[in-house]
Design a protein. Structure first.
Length: 404
């Protein structure tokens, strides 16, 4: 049951700093581009030394060579006759996928030939798919060389998509080497570092390498670090919230910890707001707890306001000073009927917070049921003058008084 003015109000908690943003890697358009490939001879085990295929800025530090021992994948054979056979067939999704698979295999040993075949395709959409397949195969043996081809592209969305493809393939082959490669890439291209680092983090998260992703993110530049940390912990918390919470809590840098907790709250609230609320309740009563509780309750109230209300009532004593914030969160949930929401809002002890919450409710209510909203407005004593004036103007705008 929701509270009334004579009952103890529910409360809320926990905080996590602002929403963050997530920087996505842009999709790409087809086109023909020059290639500076590197042909790799493979045996059962091949030692590969990767070097950049693209000239660096004069004042940029030289790329550090990364040596990786890469096991040759099974059935990784180029079949020239099969390529010709498929190339002569009418286009279908299945046929195009087989063409891409063949080029991905070829690119591991002969990226120059593979890219030439991809760029010879007249269908622009298929050409783009084949180029990405070549980059996937190329990146398994020489990601820096593949990146050299991608970085030479003039189309930014295509370039970013190609780098993301290379990073995903490099992570699948060897996550540790992929991190070294991405670190060098970000150092050589600082203006694109946030996007490239986000591509690496997405690839690491997709393969469950959350701890590696978190370590990489924590070492980012000031402009990239908050975005990367929020991204890592948001995705991590969506799958392994307790592990993500433990890792975030272990961060000693206050700014890094704040960004990680922000991402943690976003991801956990989307996956399990009740779980996040319960976790936040165990934290010390500070700003972080309050922000995290608000994040959880906002999401929880959207999907099940009754359950969120019951939880607040059952945990009222523990919520302490966070009760007003918790009640306001529930009261302003879009799923709560305004007649019920105003009962919750009236239970807020702080006059300014109570008036602000009622104002939010009434601003929506006057549009859905102006008569009922006007009736409540005429009787409530819990609106401060500024909020009362604002709501009065809103009601008048919807129900203008007749002119004499």
């Amino acid at each position: 049951m929701p509270p009334n003015k004579n009952s103890e109000p529910p409360k809320s908690w926990l905080p996590v700093a602002g929403g963050i943003i997530f920087v996505g890697v842009i999709g790409f358009i087809a086109g023909r581009h020059s290639v500076a490939p590197q042909i790799i001879e493979r045996e059962k085990i091949v030692a590969v030394t990767q070097t950049s295929a693209v000239p660096l800025k004069p004042d940029a530090p030289a790329m550090v060579e990364i040596k990786a021992v890469i096991p040759a994948p099974t059935n990784n054979f180029w079949d020239e006759s099969r390529w010709r056979e498929l190339d002569g067939q009418l286009g279908t999704p299945a046929r195009n996928q087989m063409l891409a698979a063949l080029l991905e295999k070829l690119a591991a040993t002969d990226p120059q030939k593979a890219m030439a075949l991809a760029e010879a395709e007249a269908n622009l959409k298929l050409r783009a798919e084949l180029e990405q397949a070549v980059l996937r195969g190329w990146a398994t043996t020489a990601p820096l060389a593949a990146a050299g081809w991608a970085l030479a592209l003039t189309d930014e969305p295509m370039r970013n998509q190609s780098i993301a493809t290379i990073l995903a393939s490099a992570v699948a082959t060897n996550p540790s080497s992929a991190i070294q490669f991405a670190s060098q890439l970000c150092a050589q291209h600082p203006s694109e570092a946030t996007v490239y680092g986000s591509g690496l983090i997405s690839a690491l998260n997709a393969t469950g390498n959350f701890e590696l992703a978190a370590q990489f993110a924590a070492q980012g530049a000031d402009t990239s670090r908050p975005i990367w940390l929020a991204d890592v912990y948001s995705q991590w918390a969506g799958l392994q919230p307790e592990q993500a919470a433990q890792a975030a809590g272990a961060l000693t840098d206050p700014d890094a910890r704040r960004a990680a907790l922000n991402g943690l709250a976003l991801g956990w609230a989307e996956a399990n707001p009740a779980g996040l609320a319960q976790f936040a309740l165990q934290l010390p009563a500070d700003g972080t707890r309050g922000q995290m509780l608000n994040q959880a309750l906002n999401q929880w109230a959207r999907v099940d306001a009754v359950a969120a209300t019951t939880w607040i009532n059952n945990n009222y004593q523990q919520l302490g000073g966070d009760s007003d914030s918790s009640i306001a969160t529930i009261a302003t949930a879009s799923t709560l009927p305004p007649q019920t929401a105003t009962v919750w809002a009236d239970a807020i002890s702080d006059p300014a917070r109570r008036s602000e919450t009622l104002s939010i409710i009434l601003q929506n209510w006057v549009h859905s049921d102006p008569a009922a909203a006007r009736q409540f407005f005429s009787t409530t004593q819990n609106l401060l003058p500024a909020d009362r004036e604002q709501i009065s103007a809103a009601i008048t705008g919807i129900n203008p008084q007749p002119q004499p």
